[in-house]
Write a protein that binds this ligand. Structure first.
Ligand SMILES: Cc1cc2nc3c(=O)[nH]c(=O)nc-3n(C[C@H](O)[C@H](O)[C@H](O)COP(=O)(O)OP(=O)(O)OC[C@H]3O[C@@H](n4cnc5c(N)ncnc54)[C@H](O)[C@@H]3O)c2cc1C
Ligand code: SF4
Length: 439
C-alpha cells in the first residue's frame, strides 16, 4: 500500500515539475513570439550587418545564446528553438556563436530578403584597385580583435606588394583610427613604412562611441609593437588608454578631425586623397579602415563648428543643469532627449510635425515626456544659427526665433561608406545571406 502511495506521489510530483516547465516554456515562447511580431512591424526583425544564423535542425534550445548575448532582446526561444528578435540591433560580436553547445550558430551577413553591400576584397585584403586595401568591419567581419588582425594583415601584404618606384613620399595613408586603423598604423611603423593616419573624428573608432563602458573580447589579440593584449572583460577607458600609450611611445600621430572625402587614382600605385581640411594627400597605397557606421550628417549652418555641437551622446550622466537642444526625429534623437531630460532643460527640434518613424516604446515614453513638460517640442523647425549662449531656429512659415542654449546634439542621419568606395572605383556587391564564420 505504502509503495503505491510513494510511487503515485513521485509520478504526480514529476508530472507537476514537467507541467511547470512546459507551461512556463510556453509562456516565454508566447512572449518572444509577441516581441518578434512587434520587431517585424517596426522593421527591426531583419539584421543590417553580421548576425547569427541559427540552424533549426541542430538547435537543442539550450538558451545558451540568449544568455550569452550582452544586448537586449536580440535572441529568444520559441518552442525550444533559438530565434532572432530585434535583429537590426545585433552588433555581430558573436558571443552567441561561441556559447552554443552544439555549434548550431554561424555568423552571416545579409539575409535572403535583405541584401547588404559589401566591397569586393581579395584574400590579401586588396580591392579591385591595386594599392587600395580594406580592413576591419567595412569588409563585413566585425569585432575589435578581427578588425585589428585584418589591419595588421592588410599592412603586411601591402608592404610586400608595394613596388619601389614611385615619386610619393608617403607609402600608405590609413583612413580611420578604429581598431583596424590603429593596428595597421602600428604594423606600418614596425615595417618602417612612411604613413599618415587620417581620422574624421576621434581615436578609437566605434569603441570610442560605445554607449557603455564594458568591452568584451573573447580571446587575446596581438598588437604590433605591444605584444599580446589579454583583456577578456575590459573597459572602454582601459582599451583606449592602451592604444594611446603604445601610439605615444612610438610617436605615431593620429590626425583627428580630418575626414577623407575622396580618393582619386593618379597613376599606378599613386593616389590623391582630398580631406575635409582642404588638403590633398598623395600616397602610394591606401588602407581603408572606416568601419560601416558612416559619417554623421551636418546641418551646414553658421556656428556648427562650435565645441558645444555633438553628433552623438557619449556620457549623458555628465550633462546636468544645462539648456540642451536635441535635433532629429528618429530613435537616436528621441532616446537622447529622454536620457537628458532627467537633469536638463531639453528642447527637441524636428523639421516635421510628427515623430512617425520611431519604435513603439520610444513613442510612448516621448508622449509621456511631452505631456509632463519634461521635453519641450519644437516641431516644424530647423536650426539656422548656432551661437555661444543661444540658437536661432526657423519655422515652416519662414519666421525665425531664438532660444537660450548651452549644448546641441544633432541626429540628422549620416552618409554611408559605400558611395565613398564606389566613387573611388571599388567594386561593391550586394550579399544575400553569406556565411562569414562557421564552426
Ligand atoms: C554598441 C556596440 C558595442 C560593441 N561591443 C563590442 C565588444 O564588446 N567587443 C567587440 O569585440 N566588438 C564590439 N563591437 C564591434 C566593434 O566595435 C567593431 O567591430 C569595431 O570597432 C570595428 O573596427 P573598425 O576599425 O573596422 O571600424 P570602426 O571602429 O568603426 O572605426 C572606423 C573609424 O573610421 C573613421 N572614419 C569613417 N569614415 C572616415 C573618413 N571618410 N575619413 C576619416 N575617417 C573616417 C570613423 O570615424 C571611425 O573612427 C561593438 C559595436 C557596437 C556598435
Ligand atoms: S552577435 Fe552579439 S549582439 Fe548579435 S545576437 Fe550574437 S551575442 Fe547578441
Amino acid at each position: 500500500m505504502w509503495e503505491v502511495l510513494i510511487y503515485g506521489f513521485v509520478i504526480l510530483l514529476s508530472g507537476a515539475i514537467v507541467w511547470y516547465y512546459w507551461s512556463s516554456g510556453q509562456k516565454r515562447s508566447k512572449e518572444v513570439a509577441a516581441k518578434v511580431e512587434q520587431a517585424q512591424e517596426e522593421g527591426r526583425f531583419q539584421p543590417v550587418s553580421l548576425h547569427p544564423y541559427i540552424d533549426p535542425h541542430k538547435c537543442i534550445g539550450s538558451g545558451a545564446c540568449v544568455r550569452a548575448c550582452p544586448e537586449e532582446d536580440i535572441l529568444g526561444l520559441i518552442d525550444g528553438k533559438g530565434t532572432l528578435i530585434n535583429a537590426s540591433s545585433c552588433i555581430g560580436h558573436g558571443a552567441c556563436f561561441h556559447a552554443c553547445p552544439v555549434d548550431a550558430i554561424s555568423l552571416r551577413i545579409g539575409t535572403e530578403v535583405r541584401g547588404v553591400d559589401l566591397p569586393h576584397i581579395k584574400p590579401n585584403y586588396e580591392t579591385n584597385i591595386s594599392g587600395i586595401y580594406i580592413a576591419g568591419e567595412l569588409g563585413g567581419m566585425g569585432l575589435i580583435k578581427n578588425s585589428a588582425e585584418q589591419g595588421v594583415q592588410a599592412c603586411n601584404n601591402l608592404a610586400e606588394e608595394l613596388p619601389s618606384e614611385c615619386s610619393c613620399e608617403t607609402d600608405v595613408v590609413i583612413i580611420g583610427a578604429g581598431p583596424a586603423g590603429i593596428a595597421a598604423a602600428l604594423k606600418a611603423k614596425e615595417k618602417g613604412l612612411t604613413f599618415r593616419v587620417l581620422e574624421q573624428d576621434s581615436l578609437g573608432g566605434t569603441v570610442f562611441t560605445f554607449p557603455r563602458d564594458k568591452v568584451v573580447m573573447t580571446s587575446p589579440m596581438d598588437l604590433p609593437l605591444y605584444g599580446k593584449l589579454k583583456l577578456n572583460n575590459t573597459s572602454k577607458a582601459e582599451l583606449l588608454g592602451i592604444w594611446n600609450e603604445v601610439l605615444d611611445k612610438h610617436q605615431i600621430q593620429i590626425e583627428e578631425h580630418s575626414k577623407v572625402e575622396r580618393i582619386s587614382q593618379i597613376g599606378a600605385y599613386h593616389f590623391k586623397l582630398d580631406t575635409s581640411k582642404g588638403e590633398a594627400v598623395e600616397a602610394r597605397s591606401v588602407i581603408i579602415a572606416i568601419g560601416r557606421r558612416g559619417t554623421p550628417r551636418k546641418l551646414g549652418v553658421p556656428g556648427e563648428e562650435s565645441s558645444k555641437v555633438a553628433y552623438r551622446l557619449l556620457e549623458p550622466e555628465h550633462i546636468q543643469g544645462e539648456k540642451v537642444l536635441v535635433v532629429g526625429g528618429g530613435d537616436s534623437a528621441v532616446e537622447s532627449a529622454l536620457l537628458l531630460a532627467d537633469h536638463n532643460e531639453v528642447h527637441l527640434s524636428y523639421r516635421k510635425q510628427h515623430f512617425a518613424r520611431i519604435k513603439k516604446g520610444n513613442q510612448e515614453k516621448l508622449e509621456a515626456a511631452l505631456a509632463s513638460g519634461k521635453i519641450s517640442p519644437l516641431l516644424g523647425t530647423n536650426v539656422s544659427r548656432i551661437e555661444e549662449k543661444k540658437l536661432s531656429l526657423v519655422r515652416e512659415d519662414g519666421s525665425e526665433f531664438e532660444i537660450e542654449n548651452d549644448r546641441i546634439y544633432i541626429f540628422a542621419g549620416g552618409e554611408l561608406p559605400i558611395p565613398f568606395l564606389q566613387d573611388a572605383g571599388i567594386t561593391v556587391e550586394k550579399t544575400f545571406g553569406k556565411t562569414l564564420r562557421k564552426h
